[in-house]
Design a protein around this ligand. Structure first.
Ligand SMILES: [Zn+2]
Length: 77
């Protein structure tokens, strides 16, 4: 039981998580890279961590990627 507590604590307090404010600052660039098929996780590891733990930001990210692909991307598939 205490092992689970420790794991949960660790997952909750990932030091790489940059938080919502910084995530929103970089989210547009991150989403454009994702929509272009690049690897934004390499450039923004803290943001990638945040998106895994924050539903609000990952929802924004998904919507942005979809909008970029639909209206602004250069997808040929
Ligand atoms: Zn967030």
């Amino acid at each position: 039981m205490s092992d689970w507590d420790a794991l949960n604590e660790f997952l909750r307090t990932d030091p790489r998580d940059i938080g919502c404010d910084l995530a929103l600052d970089a989210l547009h660039t991150y989403s454009e890279m994702a929509a272009a098929g690049a690897n934004p996780e390499e450039l923004f590891p803290g943001l990638a961590v945040h998106l895994k733990s924050c539903r609000a930001c990952s929802g924004d990210h998904d919507a942005l990627v979809r909008a970029i692909r639909e209206f602004g991307g250069d997808e040929r598939r």
